[in-house]
Write a new protein. Sequence first.
Lengths: 331, 84
Amino acid sequence: MRSEIRRVSLRPAEQGAAGARILAFGGYQPANEVTNDDLARTVDTSDEWIRARVGIASRRIAGPDESVPDMAVAAGGKAIAASGLSPADIDLVIVATCTHEVQIPNVSATVAHRLGITAPAAYDLNAACAGFCYALAGASDAVRAGSARHVLVIGAEKLSQWVDWTDRSTCIIFADGAGAAVVGPAAGPGQAGIGPVAWGSAGDLAGTIQIADRNSFITQEGQAVFRWATTKLHPVAQAACAKAGVDPQDLAAFVPHQANLRIMESLARQLGVPRERVADDIVHAGNTSSASIPLALSRMIERDELGSGEHALLLGFGAGLSYAAQVITMP
Amino acid sequence: MAMTEKEILEGLGEIIDEIAGVPADEVTPDKSFVDDLDIDSLSMVEIAVAAQDKFGVEIPDEELKNLKTVQDVVHFVQRSGVTA
């Protein structure tokens, strides 16, 4: 009898942390460096043309046997090692990617297994070049809600396998790599290291960046995307700063998705952030989609360009179109 | 009152000077953006956005490819029935 089924109140989730913070970053780039002069030998372009239009001098391209999960494992392993945690401490793995070789299985469960993380929750997320910031927001919320304690967030991309290497408008831009962060609970109240996210999407412009079907390459309407990025995104970045209570003048770094140096410099001008505080990893990394922001951050830490406790503004944006921004405190 | 051709040209000169670093006095009607002023497709977007703000007209991306010379932009702004 259904009337005998009791209707009990559901217990709420276990108490989460008061705030979340980033414990460490890790980055990985393939060994094979491809310069602008290398590209000029196969398509009609030049070092000068590429530097002027997109600001890239060289990029790294994965080998034929180097996959998205391989690069994710490399970056994720570095981030865990730098965090001081052991793989067993991680209970959620989120991999942001839009260029995985196959649809099933996902990247995250395989990567977790290869890193020795036992039975974590694991899912992939596709918000293209905004993916890392989306995943970071999800990780922060999970830690605060109590559904996870330590989260491994990875952006990993092999764009080279979706690029038409005879199309000079795209093959000069896109590249391969991975970046990762370990997210955990903040030390105490008021110690949160990941600010509230400002995010959204513009599906009316979905066709401006796309891979139309599984036999197609990535295409981009350069002028439309440039116009969108240079006119619609600085309010998103400003909103992230306002939500976090940080004035753009007080940012130690502005780390936008490394899409195009001219977009990044335009955004910095509109935000009032001096050029020397803008991450420009694109020069030697190219556009690595969801990997670009954690890759840039891990390199800035390696070079001592960012100190612990300083604030950085992250702004991911790209296909979807999707965008997300948040202020973080450097580990 | 509609802006005169001279006023639009002056305004456009200021925009191009600021965005592309081309001195305003070089921005004359017969000049081609690409061939004479060395302005690329992305700078054209920035010029269009700035011109929209300055002249109160809409310059969509699909129109940009038709605007090859300074005169083309001046005429486009005039045709769009700008009032200032």
